[in-house]
Design a protein around this ligand. Structure first.
Ligand code: CU
Length: 576
């Protein structure tokens, strides 16, 4: 036996030596990193307005994209990133938080200072922004949740490279105009360049944007100042031992798409630019604006002790009433605005944890690394907390189907995934159409529509609509899904395939905290999700003060960035 053991040890040692050239020895094992060693940073704040004689007035900002290094963790060497900031020196990952005021316009000149080559591998075989000179990194900024003109919406083909040297086919202007006349709430800005969104965000082009309306919000009594009202931008990343971001360079179907893979996941969970940070908090209420800025990872957040989330707003809009939750699922790009009352904690620390399988909902269970998000270290000192949770928040007109304006149009939006002969995904389409096919969704400015989103894939897709907000009405399982799918693959026509005959399965109630206005929602696999979409302001029902019908128009898409890039995205053209 001793001989056999010795043989086994020698064999395993040999295997370990031989293994290194095949395995990517340069990958950093996230489970080896110590958690909660970096303090949670607060990103720099930039005011999107000026104050003149006590009045708020519009402001012009210049924000650049810079190539620099960023420390994600005490023990990870500095990582090459692309970062937003007012200078290379002050640029951060995520970028600065822009604070706007309701009614006061913010103008931003987004400037590309990026190098001639990307820091991450990308795939020219999917529809991609490629400069004619093949030099430079195409970028274009989208303000997610913003209600503004098409020229400032960051259309995927309005990209530009360093110093605007190369410009995409729909590029129109250098300075974007954000009206900020919509309801107050949390938004975020991020890159949206055609076919490069997944790599540009992975590189770091992400930031929070808050629209405040103090006359409406201060009376609510919620935590509202810099110290107790904090954005938490959360995403997952993989690293190499040299500190660089790991992104695969070989696709699942390398002969079809050399690099593209259907979902990106990393094991390190980053909050405000630090892996598993800690935050020292006082024994009182804090408000967190949690933005899931991951490419593909869903989070099911919960606390490891008795703490709860008091959910006050979803995506960009408040709900009518607060909802107390033990756990909440956030898809990529979804935002939860929650209050956490640390005075309710029975201990001196709490861990914000995650339990969402990846891909969601039927992928791998979480592991030791990606099941933790951050740690709160709670002061033992009891204090008087003046902030409160009001019984009622903000009620917007038309937040349910019954009191909505008449529905102008009903649409069927089918989500498809296609696979190769080795059963690996090759691409995903909406309504069986490539992005370049002429616009088929052409809502009227000021109208409401009902969309039935039919998910014929095995994954949950967070569908995001630019410009419009929507209310999720219900989710109904498809009975005999295979039969229906066969018909859809043949005719690609939900009415011809009698969708109403199949959408008769289990009904899933929309959770209370997700019944308000949203700009992105989780479309369950094998279900039909019915949404009411509104193309006017939700707080006033008024139409837009800009021409929403102008070029280059808007888009709607899946917010799993790897899906969006290949190409679960369609044009959205508003008409008068
Ligand atoms: Cu998707």
């Amino acid at each position: 036996m001793v001989g056999l053991e010795r043989f086994l040890i020698a064999f395993l040692a040999l295997l370990a030596i031989c293994k290194t050239p095949w395995a990517d020895e340069k990958l950093l094992d996230a489970s080896q990193l110590k958690m909660f060693v970096d303090e949670l940073p607060d990103m720099p704040k930039i005011k999107g307005y000026d104050v003149v004689n006590g009045d708020h007035v519009p402001k012009s900002l210049i924000i650049g994209m810079f190539h620099k290094k960023w420390k994600f963790h005490r023990d990870i060497p500095a990582t090459p990133v692309f970062a937003y900031g007012t200078s290379r020196h002050t640029a951060t990952v995520p970028g600065p938080t822009i604070e706007a005021v309701h009614g006061i316009g913010t103008h931003v000149s987004w400037r590309n200072h990026l190098p001639s080559k990307h820091i991450l591998p990308w795939d020219p075989t999917i529809p991609t922004a490629i400069p004619s000179t093949k030099e430079g990194v195409p970028t274009v900024v989208h303000l997610h949740g913003g209600i503004h003109e098409p020229e400032s919406d960051g259309h995927s083909e309005s990209w530009f490279t360093r110093n605007f040297k190369q410009r995409g086919p729909t590029w129109t202007k250098k300075k974007y105009h954000y009206h900020n006349i919509q309801h107050p709430g949390t938004l975020w800005y991020h890159d949206h360049a055609m076919g490069l969104t997944r790599v540009n965000l992975l590189a770091g082009l992400i930031g929070a944007y808050v629209i405040r309306q103090p006359d409406l919000e201060v009376p609510l009594g919620l935590p509202y100042d810099d110290e107790f009202d904090r954005p938490l931008v959360v995403f997952d990343r993989g690293f190499r031992v040299d500190g660089s971001i790991f992104m695969n360079s070989t696709g699942n179907n390398p002969t079809i798409h050399p690099q593209w893979q259907p979902e990106y996941f990393g094991d390190a969970i980053i909050v405000n630019g630090k892996a598993w940070p800690y935050m020292i908090v006082r024994r009182r209420k804090y408000r967190f604006r949690i933005i899931n800025a991951s490419n593909a990872r869903f989070f099911k957040f919960y606390f490891t002790d008795n703490l709860t989330f008091i959910h006050v707003a979803s995506d960009s809009a408040y709900h009518e009433r607060p909802v107390t939750l033990k756990e909440m699922v956030l898809a990529p790009s979804e935002i939860a605005n929650v209050v956490v009352d640390f005075s309710k904690s029975k201990s001196n620390s709490a861990i914000l944890a995650n339990d969402a399988p990846y891909p969601y909902p039927s992928g791998d269970p979480v592991n030791e690394a990606n099941s933790k998000v951050m740690k709160f270290i709670i002061s033992t000192h009891h204090e008087v907390d003046e902030s409160r949770i009001p019984e009622k928040l903000i009620k917007y007109p038309s937040s349910s189907s019954s009191d909505a304006s008449p529905v102008a149009h009903t649409r069927y939006i089918a989500l498809y995934e296609y696979t190769s002969n080795v059963d690996e995904p090759t691409h995903l389409y909406i309504n069986g159409k490539p992005y370049e096919a002429p616009a088929t969704e052409m809502p009227k400015v000021g109208s409401s529509e009902i969309w039935y989103v039919i998910n014929l894939t095995e994954d949950n897709h967070p569908l995001h609509i630019h410009l419009g907000l929507f209310v999720v009405l219900d989710q109904t399982e498809l009975a005999k899904e295979d039969e229906f799918k066969d018909c859809m693959l043949k005719y690609n026509d939900a009415i011809k395939c009698h969708v109403s005959k199949y959408a008769r399965g289990k009904k899933v109630l929309v959770p209370a905290h997700e019944r308000g206005w949203k700009n992105v929602y989780k479309m369950m696999p094998g279900y039909v999700t019915k949404i009411l979409v509104r193309f006017s302001f939700i707080h006033s029902n008024e139409s837009y003060p800009f021409d929403a019908t102008s070029k280059p128009g808007y888009v709607y898409h899946c917010h799993i960035l790897d899906h969006e890039d290949n190409v679960m995205m369609r044009p959205l053209k508003l008409i008068a």
